[in-house]
Design a protein around this ligand. Structure first.
Ligand SMILES: NC(=O)C1=CN([C@@H]2O[C@H](COP(=O)(O)OP(=O)(O)OC[C@H]3O[C@@H](n4cnc5c(N)ncnc54)[C@H](O)[C@@H]3O)[C@@H](O)[C@H]2O)C=CC1
Ligand SMILES: CC(=O)C(=O)O
Ligand SMILES: [Mg+2]
Length: 629
């Protein structure tokens, strides 16, 4: 045997030993042994009531007799042993009964009651919770995610029962590197972090924003199959500028205004260093940071760590996928994206993220990145913020917005539009193909604006009120179809019901939400073992998302898949991410799949997809063993 073979074997043995150590049994739920139908046990370090009170290992009434003996549970549970299926049916029966009894109640109260019943299950038995969530994702996503999660965050201090996630504050300066070891999991794959400064379209909710990382990570488990023991929601409490919260005696966060400037940045730096020191392969998703910090932090960390900003990059990917679908729904090839006149209302982290990615996609379609294609691409955008149309006449424009500022009083095409022109004026003059809202302001797409879209001359205008939660959407689905006509393509950030257009016609209401994208970014990056998340990876994933819809669906105005398909979609988005990371040579491999093996896997789409799907966690009870040493 040659030296090099011996060396590579040795490396493999060491790598395996490290894997086994990382995959400590207490976190490796549900792996099957090589013998069919025999599940490997999970070694736990607790027994008796301690295990009943641990939601990771609690099985409620489903512990088999032998396990009740092993774990000292005999006599502590009702005698009948239920199956996982029976437990599932019991929960769903209770849920349906709640639905029936609250159907005539106030909508908000009903939604909160549903969240409570799910949250209690989450706190009690994680395995059953995720089974319920995965099996009914379309029904439950609006509760654990937007819109209900917005309501939950607004009331979090009152709703709080048990801790979930980690909290870091300025008081922890110099200590974060140690504090991070308080987290009970030996391995964390995904962190979603917020500072609570811009929660959905609801503004600064301070520490109560923790509901968002929790909801996003629920989707990581449900959609991407990340093991729930390997996710960590994080709140960095730097204070709040929301006076109502500061005045609220029940508010659970620090009672001072937000830390700013270098003090703020150094705190986030310390957090990043701490989590990447303990878990070097973790992926950190920034979520709902106010615009002021979102881009700065993304630029600061994106080449150094495995990190991305969901509002900037996730929203952009999902919007690009939707726009490509809308172009195809017009009966045109995807390449015609470059000809679309796009009005974007909202020049914040989400709005600019979208514009940047769509502009870049246009440049690629125009033959590559050059000053000429840049000019051609930016000419397709009209951007409005709270002060109306953004033009070069504005003072103190941030450089990321400035490039999209229109010339003042353009004589051609858009007629004469002044700085600060209203949305109605812009739509009437520009006659856009696409109207996209990321302003956080409900009702901005008024009847007049929507009627002006109808007059735009576009055979199939795209109307995307993407702001969340529901009350903050720029218009409802009904309003859009009613005023802009039955032929529009509609997508909103929070779900609306399809609209009955009469005569057997349905106006399809798509949900254009980054939930179709971020779980795949995280999963793909994890499985690729990519050093960082490149623009190329995000573009490839957006194109994959756009390619999922069939021509028949697009013809009907369906540009995003049903939420019930979210696992399948996420696997495909993740596969696109892995492929591109390998192509760009920034992938290192995942667990015992080294880069050589990964290169082989990406040769065949079906093989790669199966590989990804096989690594997705599914909720199931594993035998539990308490070692007597
Ligand atoms: N559907 C989805 O997947 C996503 C939706 N969003 C939603 O987008 C909204 C905005 O998020 P960010 O960009 O992060 O917020 P942001 O605070 O960074 O930006 C908001 C922008 O809207 C502008 N604006 C405010 N009032 C306006 C008005 N009356 N007319 C025109 N523009 C106005 C502001 O000047 C600013 O440019 C939120 O409601 C959020 O929930 C964000 C990320 C993903
Ligand atoms: C969906 C999302 O990320 C937001 O509204 O902020
Ligand atoms: Mg967000």
């Amino acid at each position: 045997m040659s030296q090099s073979v011996q060396g590579s074997q040795l490396r493999k043995i060491v790598a395996r030993a490290v894997q086994q150590w990382i995959w400590s049994p207490s976190v490796d739920v549900g792996r099957r042994s090589l013998h069919k139908n025999v599940k490997r046990p999970v070694i736990v370090n607790k027994r008796s009531t301690d295990i009943l009170h641990d939601p990771w290992f609690n099985k409620g009434t489903a512990y088999p007799l032998a396990e009740r003996d092993r774990l000292g549970l005999r006599g502590l549970l009702p005698p009948r042993i239920m199956t996982f299926d029976q437990q599932y049916e019991r929960f769903m029966g209770n849920f349906r009964s709640l639905e029936k009894h609250t159907k005539d109640g106030a909508e908000d109260m009903t939604a909160l009651a549903k969240w409570r019943i799910l949250n209690r299950l989450h706190d009690r038995n994680e395995t059953l919770y995720y089974r319920v969530l995965i099996s009914n994702i379309e029904q439950f996503a609006p509760i654990i995610y937007t819109p209900t999660i917005g309501l939950v965050c607004q009331r979090y201090s009152g709703l709080y029962r048990r801790p979930r996630g980690m909290y870091f504050t300025a008081r922890d300066r110099g200590e974060m590197m140690s504090i991070v070891y308080n987290w009970p999991s030996t391995q964390v794959d995904m962190i979603v972090v917020t500072d609570g400064s811009r929660i959905l379209g609801l503004g600064d909710l301070g520490v109560q924003g923790i509901g968002i990382p929790i909801g996003k990570l629920d989707l990581y488990v449900a959609a991407a199959g990340i093991n729930p023991q390997r996710v960590m929601p994080v709140m960095i409490d730097v204070g709040t500028n929301n006076q109502a919260l500061l005045d609220n005696p029940q508010y659970m966060g620090l009672q001072h205004t937000r830390i700013e400037g270098d003090d703020y940045i150094s705190l986030i730096d310390e957090f990043m260093e701490a989590v990447f020191t303990r878990w070097p392969n973790v992926i950190v998703q920034f979520e709902d940071f106010q615009n002021k910090w979102a881009f700065k932090l993304l630029q600061r960390y994106r080449n150094q760590y495995r990190t991305f900003n969901d509002d900037v990059q996730g929203t952009a990917g999902v919007a690009l996928g939707g726009l490509l679908g809308a172009v195809r729904a017009m009966g045109k090839p995807m390449e015609d994206l470059v000809k679309q006149k796009i009005v974007v209302v909202g020049a914040g982290s989400a709005g600019l993220g979208v514009v940047n990615m769509v502009k870049s996609a246009m440049q690629r379609l125009l033959g590559g990145h050059s000053s000429e294609t840049h000019k051609k691409a930016i000419d397709q955008f009209w951007i409005l913020d709270k002060d109306g149309l953004v033009t070069k006449a504005r003072d103190n424009l941030a450089s990321d917005v400035e490039q999209y500022a229109r010339e003042v009083e353009e004589s051609e095409g858009s007629g004469s539009l002044k700085d600060g022109a209203t949305l109605l004026e812009v739509v009437q003059k520009v006659k856009p193909d696409v109207l996209l809202g990321l302003s956080g302001v409900g009702g901005l797409f008024t009847q007049q604006v929507l009627e002006a879209m109808k007059e735009s001359g576009c055979p199939r205008p795209a109307i995307f009120p993407l702001s969340n939660p529901t009350a903050n959407a720029e218009c409802t689905a009904k309003e859009a179809f009613q005023h802009a006509g039955p032929n529009i393509v509609f997508a909103s950030g929070s779900p609306f019901r399809d609209v009955d257009l009469g005569g057997g016609q349905t106006g399809h209401s798509n949900q254009g939400n980054n939930m179709y994208f971020f779980p795949g970014i995280g999963l793909g990056t994890l499985m690729a073992g990519a050093h960082h998340i490149s623009d190329g990876m995000l573009h490839a994933a957006a194109e994959e998302l756009a390619a999922i819809m069939t021509p028949e669906q697009l013809e009907e105005g369906i540009i995003y898949p049903a939420v019930s398909r979210i696992r399948e979609i996420t696997a495909r988005v993740a596969a696109a991410i892995v492929k591109e990371a390998v192509k760009e040579d920034i992938a290192e491999g995942y667990r015992d799949t080294d880069i050589k093996e990964l290169r082989r896997l990406v040769q065949d789409d079906a093989v790669l997809l199966k590989y990804i799907e096989d690594h997705m966690w599914m909720p199931d009870y594993s035998p539990l063993v308490y070692p007597h040493v």
